[in-house]
Design a protein around this ligand. Structure first.
Ligand SMILES: Nc1nc2c(c(=O)[nH]1)N[C@H]1C(S)=C(S)[C@@H](COP(=O)(O)O)O[C@H]1N2
Ligand SMILES: [Mo]
Length: 544
């Protein structure tokens, strides 16, 4: 296929796309330059829709047939590959600007950038066809490379992007050639009809994308396997009872147990991994006497434990809500590690997720007698896909980024010298023990409350040490002891309430907590990076 650009040979008689008698001959302009620039832009955008739509559909079909490594959506793969290569400053900017909407923002950003890129390439193709087509092929190649760079991808995963890109190239070329053909009234039945082409191409692209999403989302083996787990009741479900009085039930304060649907979610996955429990495996490798691999059935055969554990994100700001408490059901990690036999000298376990995310956990926190679990249930239900189905790790006392691997597939016994988890080279500390902190839930900052008795309430946490005391300060008054809820476990947060005699005016309410060693939380302000925010949570309220 030779592609000549019309501008280079404006009146080449051998060029069938620019026949003699073409109106361009009279004006000196080419067909390409005659069509408005946005014709080219639309060509490019519709080509992009075709590529992405057909690519998504094919990828879903491959995954549904179990043929590929399982990379559902090319655009998501590009976004995820981008996340993993994002410099820390950009990541921090994204999180501080978009908060937990950072993923949606990234997807929207990716789509905007791709749209603009496709539009530019479309315009280019109508001017200099080989250059435009080459640019399009390069974008396709970058997409293919992004897909292949995703953990767990197989060579076949590149096929959908390839087919989609070839289709997009074909559409672009066809459109650019069409732009050289004279308008209807001069050309009769061979007339170019860009409007129809855009509608058809765009329609096919959107339909394919929708069908791909449908196949990828609903009917997967993973969904079926999760439903099967839900139907089989956990042997230990309900054996653990939240002590009466652990939940003060103050309106507006966070409940002691956070329902799964309200539980915060943090991870680097654009598309939530959907792992089929039947194919899930976890292996223990590295500095061990013998490598061990367990599957779902083996794990289910082990005696399950239930534990109340408060998860905590290191990115949580003072007063933030990237934390939640749940009842987790699972098998202690230490029993699996004991089967493998960690060798002397090892001090870290590098956990790996099916999506390639890793974290480094101190070996001792997984082998001592705390409730570090291979959790399979959250508040009695199978883990939601967002929270790690079929199996995740939960370790009391450590921030999630060094401990709480969702969709866990490998535990490599190693050393902090030899390995590091995902966030460490991105500026976060290798060790992440949870800091003692406390939060005012009610009244909310900026709220107006009536004068008189007001319940000031919230939570305090010092996972695996436990909370011994909470104090509240109003304006510059003395620190006064709050009433603590019944202590459920050292691994969970503890609610508190303070009966405040509110007088009219503007007031600052502050809280501070003590752990069971008697240590008070630090009053000094520190940002989340590198190892967790500190400071006194203060809310200002109006009393009428
Ligand atoms: N596979 C995987 N597991 C992960 C993460 C991740 O990005 N990928 N993020 C961790 C972090 S930083 C936190 S705070 C917790 C959050 O768990 P949740 O989303 O269930 O609340 O998951 C941890 N486990
Ligand atoms: Mo986190």
């Amino acid at each position: 296929m030779t592609l000549t650009t019309p501008t280079e040979h404006p009146s080449d008689p051998s060029d069938p796309t620019n026949p003699p008698g073409h109106p361009d001959d009279a004006t000196g302009a080419t067909g390409a330059s005659r069509s408005p620039w946005w014709f080219g832009a639309l060509d490019g955008i519709v080509a992009g829709l075709l590529t992405v739509g057909v690519g998504t559909l094919l990828a879903s079909v491959l995954v549904a047939m179990g043929l590929a490594g399982g990379q559902p959506a090319p655009v998501a793969a590009v976004s995820e590959a981008f996340i993993d290569r994002t410099p820390p400053w950009l990541k921090d900017f994204a999180i501080s600007t978009f908060g937990t909407n950072d993923k949606r923002a990234l997807l929207v950003g990716t789509v905007i950038v791709l749209t603009l890129l496709c539009a530019a390439i479309g315009v280019l193709t109508r001017r200099r066809m080989p250059v435009g087509l080459l640019a399009y092929a390069v974008v396709g190649a970058v997409g293919g490379a992004a897909v292949l760079s995703r953990p767990g991808s197989a060579p076949l995963d590149v096929l959908p992007v390839l087919v989609g890109t070839v289709l997009g190239l074909w559409f672009l070329r066809r459109s650019a050639l069409g732009g050289l053909v004279a308008p209807d009234h001069l050309r009769g039945d061979t007339a170019d009809d860009p409007g129809r082409r855009w509608l058809l191409g765009g329609g096919v692209g959107l339909l394919a994308a929708w069908a791909g999403g449908f196949i990828g989302g609903g009917s997967s083996a993973a969904t079926a396997s999760r439903e099967a787990v839900a139907a089989a009741p956990a042997t230990t479900a309900g054996s653990l009872v939240v002590p009466a009085g652990a939940d003060l039930r103050i309106p507006g304060a966070v409940p002691f147990i956070v329902p799964n649907d309200d539980f915060y979610r943090i991870d680097t996955a654009i598309v939530v991994p959907r792992v089929d429990a039947a194919t899930w495996k976890l292996k223990v490798t590295g500095m061990v006497e013998r490598e061990v691999e367990i599957d779902w059935a083996t794990l289910q055969g082990k005696e399950q434990q239930e534990a109340m554990i408060t998860l905590m994100c290191v990115s949580n700001e003072v007063g933030g809500d990237l934390t939640g408490n749940a009842v987790w059901t699972g098998w202690p990690v230490r029993e699996l590690l004991a089967m493998a036999g960690p060798k002397a000298g090892a001090d870290m376990v590098l956990q790996t997720s099916v999506d390639g995310w890793t974290c480094g956990t101190p070996l001792t926190t997984l082998t001592d007698d705390r409730n570090a679990l291979l959790a399979t249930r959250m508040n009695g239900e199978p883990l939601p896909f967002e929270h790690g189905f079929p199996v995740r790790v939960v370790v009391p006392g450590l921030y999630g980024y060094v401990s709480a691997t969702k969709w866990v597939t490998e535990l490599k016994v190693t050393t902090f010298d030899a390995d590091q988890g995902y966030w460490t080279p991105r500026g976060w500390a290798p060790l992440g023990p949870v800091k003692t902190e406390s939060r005012v839930d009610v009244p909310k900052a900026g709220a107006s409350v009536p004068a008189g008795k007001v319940a000031v309430a919230g939570v305090a946490w010092a996972q695996h040490r436990g909370i011994s005391k909470v104090e509240v300060q109003v304006d510059d008054g003395p620190w006064t002891q709050a009433r603590l809820a019944v202590d459920a476990t050292v691994d969970a947060w503890r609610q508190w309430v303070y009966e405040w005699d509110a007088t009219s005016g503007s007031h600052d309410l502050r809280v501070r907590a003590y752990d069971t060693t008697g240590e008070v939380q630090t009053p000094y302000d520190a940002p989340p990076a590198p190892d967790g925010a500190t400071g006194i949570h203060t809310v200002t309220v109006r009393v009428d």
